[in-house]
Design a protein. Structure first.
Length: 334
């Protein structure tokens, strides 16, 4: 009986630790669809427009309880002041795991240039919010009958994200710490297991290249993410292109995500190792004050649960827009 209990606890621990739903707002490639505020609180109100963004993400349409994510964000400057506020709501589901969360953000933007034509700005942001984690273990009796029937474990935790951004002409860089505080986590079957350290470190940088008189712009960028508790590190290499049109702007690109940590598996002849890697093409259009984007993420590994990828739609609306002040190719600002 003790062995069964131990195996049950280990099973629950593994599937819970491996689920994206346990890290707060999951970090995918949706920030590339004019949505950097989702991962960097210092991006709240940085644009000359107030912005609303709604995203819907779904994986494996032919599978029940497949991973899905929905987010709603809004952020804006406070009048003509250097301060800004924002908010994020999200609902993340992954099989038996789910989480519902909300954040409120305050950001402040400091100008170092003598005028607003030459962009030289340092921004700070702080987000605070609550996340409800849930684990539905009602079906786990199939594996072990000692688990209470119909049990639904849940926990609500408070946490904060802090970050800073720097903009100089066509260059930008961001640094953020997500889930700064320790969480109480979810105790599994009163065994005392919990997930306290959800801290994630994010660093992003990019540059927008533009030839005078051309309607094209090109933006290479990189994002590095490190999870403190598991010592996992991955990076995104991104390429994005913009084309100015009479009605607005067309844009699209490709993102490549690669983990620096591998997972071992049996390949029939021995033990092999593979590292997580995603290819994510995306395409979007800015039409007047509206934005529409589609993103597809394909996992390019030898061993996968399903060949299907992530599909994501993003809809945005800009309002309370001010005059474009800065003489730069800086889409996130202008």
């Amino acid at each position: 009986m003790k062995l069964y209990k131990a195996l049950t606890v280990v099973f629950l621990l593994i599937i819970t630790a491996s689920a994206p739903a346990q890290e707060g707002l999951p970090i995918y490639s949706d920030y590339l669809t004019d949505n950097y505020y989702l991962i960097h609180p210092s991006m709240a109100g940085v644009s000359n427009c107030a912005k609303i963004r709604l995203t819907g993400r779904k994986q494996w349409f032919d599978q029940d309880d497949a991973p899905s994510l929905n987010t709603l964000s809004i952020h804006s400057r406070i009048g003509e002041s250097p301060s800004a506020v924002g908010g994020i709501l999200f609902n993340d589901k992954n099989g038996y795991h789910s989480q519902l969360g909300g954040y409120l953000t305050y950001a402040h933007h400091l100008m170092f240039s003598r005028n607003e034509i030459d962009l030289n700005m340092l921004s700070f942001g702080l987000s605070a919010g609550f996340i409800q984690y849930r684990l539905d273990s009602s079906d786990f009796q199939i594996f072990d009958p000692i688990i209470p029937d119909g049990s639904d474990l849940s926990a609500i935790n408070f946490n904060v994200d802090v970050g800073a951004s720097y903009f100089f002409l066509d260059f930008y860089a961001h640094l953020t710490v997500k889930n700064l505080l320790n969480n109480d986590g979810i105790n599994l079957n009163e065994q005392g297991f919990s997930f306290q350290n959800l801290r994630t470190f994010l660093a992003s940088a990019g540059y927008v290249y533009h030839k005078l008189g051309s309607t094209w712009s090109f933006e290479p960028s990189i994002m590095i993410m490190h999870r403190d508790a598991t010592a996992e590190t991955l990076f995104d290499l991104n390429g994005k292109a913009y084309k100015d049109m009479e009605f607005g702007r067309l844009w699209g690109g490709l993102s490549y995500r690669r983990s620096l940590d591998g997972a071992q598996y049996l390949d029939g002849s021995g033990v092999s190792e593979q590292k997580l890697q995603y290819f994510t093409p995306f395409l979007g259009v800015d039409y007047k004050q509206f934005m529409f984007a589609y993103t597809y993420s394909y996992q390019a590994n030898s061993v996968v649960f399903n060949n299907g990828g992530f599909h994501q739609l993003t809809i945005g609306y800009n309002f309370n827009c001010r005059k474009k002040h800065y003489d730069c190719e800086c889409p996130a600002i202008n």
